[in-house]
Ligand binder design. Sequence first.
Ligand code: PLP
Length: 478
Amino acid sequence: MLELMDFETKHKPRPHVNAFVRLHHGITEEQRVQAAEKAGWNVFQFPSEMLCGGDLLSDSGTTSMTTEQLSALILGDEAYGSNWGYFKLLEAIERNFGLNIDEWEVYIFHQARAAEHALFSHITGENLTIPANSFFDTTRANAEANNIEALDLVSDKIKSDKTHPFKGNIDIDALKEVIVNKGGNIPLVYLTITNNTGGGQPVSMQNIKEVRRICDENSIPFFLDACRFAENAWFIKQREEAYSEKSIADIVREEFSYAEGFTISFKKDGLANMGGALLIRKDSKITNRYPDIFDKLRDHQILVEGHPTYGGLSGRDIMTIAVGLDTVVQERYLNGRIGQVHEFGSYMAELGIPVIEPFGGHAVYIDSDEFFKDTNIKRKDFGGISLTALLLIKGIRLCELGAFAFGVYNPDTGEEKFPPYNFIRAAVPRNKYEIQDLYYVADCIKALYDRRDMIPKAVPVWGREKALRHFKARFELC
Ligand SMILES: Cc1ncc(COP(=O)(O)O)c(C=O)c1O
């Protein structure tokens, strides 16, 4: 009988079924135009309730929780000190990351940026540089706000390579050179797994191992930004031969075995809606330079977040993270999750939409320069903003991460300084959408791609000169 059934299918079942659904309301396109005008065509200001197409603004904190997480949430213990979930969370971290928790200092925060702020504000000194593959934008902002140079070291060769399996890798030669040039001014080296740039490009285990070795040789602490540790492990299993037979759980444990410390946002691979943490090995080399860092971090945590056993989170949030960590390392879950992102990206590519390949783990990026290449829209016209603004009318929300988000305006000269990339990101929330929803998003983008000649320019009418302007600015489409 089993022989008869031995065939492959084009489509696979999802790794879950819907236990609850959230109904869309009957919102008209006219209502969305009105709301978008009121929001100054800024996607961040647009009411999410009106997005009946697909809200792909971010994969962070937007996960639909499992029934296991929701039932754990009810069990959340809102005690001020040492709530039950705290111990469950420590156990889940031990179990899934392979740590002996007694050997680590654990600081819970309400999200990762608070953990990054705590870390970087206690790394003091002159002319400090932290090399990384790439810093996430708030991570960079936190380092720079503390006078630390945040140095991205992914080679241009890898960036432009459409077939490289590990586009998130740090450039090892460049890292060695920086270590020689900066002498003792490197308080730590940081690897972001997966590398958010390009939609979650993976870092190979070989790269992680090599960085740890170089750090040890030079007595530099090695830290991870581990937000998408499980998605990264999935890519290692798929693409790094030595790991093809290993379980995701083992690969995850190996990833963490090289880290002396890490920051993490549980809003990604914690499958939770809120939460972050900073963990540092008690014997980390970071204590050579900063002997009292643990006391200082603990005081900081109590000052800004609360008691160390809840750290800015409710007991309910903590329970959902503890359960989420057990789910996220399951291969069945990751096959469905990353498979969906890739199916979405491949469909866009099939439609001829210029997307960045290979696809990463959590998002598909559209190349805005390519999209508008043969039109009158130039970078200064912020076509990516126009595209995301128009998609709101169809109930879809994407995020421009390019000329406007990362450009800088000089009000004295009226000039814009543009970043190297000009992308529009479609980030896929975990466990939330069915592929049919994502096909709809792609079809709408394709329709606008076919009419790209008619897409208006986006003119900033407020906030062009502000820092982090994409969150706040207002536009007119003309
Ligand atoms: C790689 C990376 N690091 C850090 C963060 C910050 O996490 P949080 O939103 O919890 O502050 C993010 C969020 O998107 C991220 O993608």
